[in-house]
Structures are given as structure tokens and as C-alpha cells.
Design a binder for this molecule. Sequence first.
Ligand code: PLP
Length: 487
Amino acid sequence: MICIINLDHTVSLVLKKLMQEKQEMLSNIPSVDEFLKSPYGLQWLSSYPRKSVLKAVRMVLDEKRKEILSGLTPYVSMDILSSNIEKAIRRLSSYRLKPVINATGVVIHTNLGRSILSYKAIEHVITTARSYSNLEYEIAAGKRGKRYSNIKEIIKELTGAEDAVVVNNNAAAVLICLDTFAKGKEVIVSRGELVEIGGSFRIPEVMKASGAILREVGTTNKTHLHDYENALCGSTAMLLKVHQSNYRVIGFTEEVAIEKLAAIGKEYRIPVAADLGSGCMIDLKRYGVQGEPTVQEVVKTGADIVTFSGDKLLGGPQAGIIIGKEKFIQKIQKNPLLRALRIDKMTLASLEATFMQYLDEEKALSEIPTLRMMTEPVEVIKKRAGRIFRALKDISAKADLSIVPDESQAGGGSLPEINFPTFAVTIKPNNISVNELEKRLRLGEPAVIARIKDNALLIDARTVQEREIKELEFCVRTALTEPFFLN
Ligand SMILES: *Cc1c(COP(=O)(O)O)cnc(C)c1O
């Protein structure tokens, strides 16, 4: 009995001592106010927003207090605390949307922002953003103008279409076409073209959202001209041909060419629309891209309306371009939905600049980043891989490096079956796993997004920009250095 009481007494003494220790550690942590008045605090307040400084100080101090209360006994020095706080302040006061280095080789990487803009496009955005402009003003007449009239001439000239209008993206372009011509009526589409682009753009669902009724014809692999003809009825409002974009049906297949659809459309006086998806303006056959019709070719087929994206193969900003016969484009311009889908002036500026670059095809190929990356000769990519390799050569104690041939993709749902020969630098780290290296690069500043293949990290030189090589080198060095501080 006595023994037990003594033990209890000892335990309570120990607990009391622990509590005292915790209290002591807690009281050693400076208060928010003390921090703000310290030289650290004064310096932060002079270079960062007060809100971010306060939030960061509170956050880090709270964290430390919780650690202490939960029994962890961190070594709390002013230096460690302030370095943690400084990192938190930087995180809180920096942009969430930030540049990343695309080392995946996927040129039109939808998750990484699709196309990067050309210098001319960027310049035109800056000029337009910092001044008032004739966005909706006819300077010669001194009166109100249309938002789309500045850009439509260049689009008409380059594509050969009678008229043009632009909206926020190609999904919006398809939506407004269906809404304008086919609300409550039938739209005939081949079963082989009921595509899902990703990010929930699915032809049947866009159709539903617009109030048009989908009339599927043919089968997955074969659709004949008579399938369309047999489906025509009093409530047919449109024949729609959708580019298969991100998949191909191969083998025993048949589809109806747009020319033939355009001919039936003309005969029965029903508009024929082609959703091209990517909207390639330059014939890429000499770069190994077969079977991708250009926008100009599709316009020549006699299709009434053609829609395509601004930021896929065109290489411009996110936008949806609608071109075609004047009477149809005019009708779209009268749809009140256009106001909701209207394009912003900065997008208009970069789109205009991008289109203007197509006046000289050779220059377009070298100056529009998406086109340049897509058509760059493999020897040029190999040289860039060599430069990345040499920049990293002296890390050989930490990782094995090599240059290997590989294949890269167009991405963005474009040209799915085509692999473009490329060169990549492979990195096999010695002290950490390749997965850890991938993660560290991803969490670095700037983030480097790379692929893992055959237990090595692959830096595809196709999508790494020349100006990024120095930063890339820094990121790889940091990631391979121990200890690695993530935050
Ligand atoms: C990509 C694509 C779309 C959607 O275009 P966004 O510009 O991404 O809105 C629609 N249709 C097809 C066939 C496509 O390839």
C-alpha cells in the first residue's frame, strides 16, 4: 500500500517537472510583438506586406507552441525561428501562379499552360495593357466600333474565310455555334467523332448544354455519306464534323470528308460546321505530320463554319476562333451569348500579334514557340541537350548523367499518334531515389516538371527554353544537395 502511494507521488513529481519545462520553453518563445520589433521584424516589414509578415510570424510561433505542448522539444533559437518565418513570408507574398520549366517534352502541355507566347505577342499585350486602345472604337469614323473588327481582317486574309469572330476558347466557339443554329433542333454527328477532350469537354455534353439534340450516325469505326443523308429530317439544324484530336480510329474505318458534307449541306440548305480543335495554319507534312488538314484547306472545302483553338497548334493565347461564311458569322455576332463569351483586350492583342506572324511562314515557324519546338530539327535539340549535360557535368559524384534519344509529343490533344524524335538528358541520382529527385525538382523554385523513365529522370531538351538552362542547372544542383530544405 505504502509503496503504491510513493510511486504515485514520484509520477506526479515527474509530471510536474515536465510541465515546468514546457512552460519554460513556451515562455522562451518571443511574442509576436517582440518579433515585429526585433531587427528581423523591422527588416521584414520594410520589404514585405504587413499582412503577410503578421500571418507568417503568428503561423510559425503557433506551430512551435503546438510542438512543445505535444511533447516535442524543439531547439528554439531566434535564428531558426526567424529563418522559418522568413520562408513563410516569402511563400505568402509570392504569386501562386508562377513559371515552371517544362522538361516533359510535351509541347502543348495543357496543365502547364499550353502554348507559351512569342515575344511579339507579349510585346503587343504590354503595349495594349498600359494604354487606352481602339478596342471598340472606330478611329476614322470617330464612333463606337466592334471588338472583333480589328482582328477579323488578318484572320480573313490568312485563312481565306469570308468572316471571323473570336471567343474565349474553342469550347465556347462550339457552344455558341450550336446555340445560334441548333437550339432545340438536331445536329448530326458521326459516332466516330464523339470525342472527350479532357477537362470535361465532351461533344455530347456540350451539345446538351447548348440545348441542341445530338443525332448520332454511323458506327465507331465507319460512317458513310448515306448515314448522314438518312438522318436528315425536318428538325436537322446542322451537320457537325469534329476533329478526333486526341485519339485515332485505325484499321477498318471510314469517315466522310468535309467536302462531301459541305455538298449535302448546300443541297439541303443546312449549315455544315467543322470543329478542328487544334487549328493548324501551316502544312506540317515536311515535319513528319501527316493527315492534319490546315485551316485554309478546311475553309476551301466549303464548310460554312470552322472553329479552332488559339493556344494549341496556332501557338497563341487561349481563344476560340470562329471563321466561315459571312451570313453565319453575322448571325453568331447577334447571339447575346457572345457578350458572355467575349474575349479580353490582352487576349485580342496577343492573338492579333500571333496571327500577324503567320504572314511570313518561315518566321512563324521560328518565332512562335509552339511551332518552333514542334518543328525544331533533332540535331538542334541534341545540341541543347548537350548544353544542359555540360552545365551539369560536374555533379557526377552525385548522379550519373547521359544523353539519350527519346520521343516527345505534341500534347494538347493534338497529333496523338505522332512521336517526334528528341534528345533528353537522363539523371540517375546516387544518394536519393529517382522519385525523390523528381519530387524535389517539382517543389523547387522554379519548379522543374520532368518524366521518369527506366529508373532515371528525363529532361527532354525539346521543351526546355534556351534561357532556362541556367535555372535548370541551379535547380538540379539544389535538388541533389543534402540536406535538402523543402520549405
Ligand atoms: C481542344 C478541343 C476543343 C476545346 O478547345 P479549347 O480551346 O480547349 O476550349 C474542342 N474541340 C476539339 C476537337 C478540340 O480538340
